[in-house]
Design a protein around this ligand. Structure first.
Ligand SMILES: [Zn+2]
Length: 222
């Protein structure tokens, strides 16, 4: 909100400049003409300061619609925390969290930026960017109603290809990204153990107990 406040200040400067060209300022007999370089400068500054927040609002709105579809119609509201939001979030240690009751999904800084970066170049996604896609799918699965972390993560693994496609990634790339997540990052949870291990299940594999046999599953032949 700080950036929006600064942007509004520059908008007010622009308004004041235009107003003095229409109404004579106090102490003057005549309105004075607009000083165009000044007006252009403050308008540019207003746009520069407003852009990050407006872009974040747009991205949140977009992610909310896709998360709702992934959650089979359960209403999701995605919020991308700023660094300040994260500092005051009681669950700041979780990179993302969701409330199945309210549908609210919170993604901590800088994970929305990572997801945004992934969507800009899905063809050469880093491991962190693949993890950001899975986090988005994982939290959507909580909104869908699952609370057990290992089951939720397995539902996400099977839907990561669908999620990427819904976010605009080409089919073949989406499928490869989702398989990379499953084959590398998901399997690493078993090696790491501890908290990461609690998101892993040996039953999360094609033909095993947690396989939902989705038509467009990450595991389906492509
Ligand atoms: Zn979870």
């Amino acid at each position: 909100m700080l950036w929006i406040a600064i942007s509004l200040f520059f908008l007010w400067c622009a308004y004041r400049e235009v107003r003095t060209s229409l109404v004579a300022p106090a102490g003057y007999d005549m309105p004075r003409p607009v000083y165009v370089p000044y007006l252009a400068g403050v308008l540019v500054l207003a746009a520069v300061f407003a852009w990050p927040t407006l872009h974040r609002w747009y991205f949140e709105h977009y992610l909310s619609a896709q998360a709702t579809a992934l959650a089979d119609g359960h209403r999701a509201h995605v919020h991308c925390n700023t660094v300040l939001d994260t500092m005051f979030d009681p669950e700041m240690l979780a990179a993302g969290h969701a409330n199945p009751r309210t549908g609210k999904i919170v993604i901590q800084a800088p994970w929305c930026d990572r997801l945004s970066a992934y969507l800009r170049h899905p063809g050469h996604a880093s491991e962190e960017e693949l993890a950001s896609l899975d986090m988005f799918t994982h939290e959507s699965m909580h909104v869908r109603g699952e609370l057990n972390e290992a089951v939720t993560e397995c539902q996400a693994v099977q839907r990561n290809a669908r999620a990427a496609r819904m976010l605009g990634v080409a089919e073949e790339v989406a499928h490869r990204n989702a398989l990379d997540y499953y084959n590398v990052l998901y399997q690493r949870r078993l090696e790491v153990g501890g908290l990461a291990g609690s998101y892993y299940s040996a039953e999360c594999a094609p033909g095993k107990a947690l396989d939902e046999r989705l038509e467009d599953s990450t595991w389906a032949a492509f």
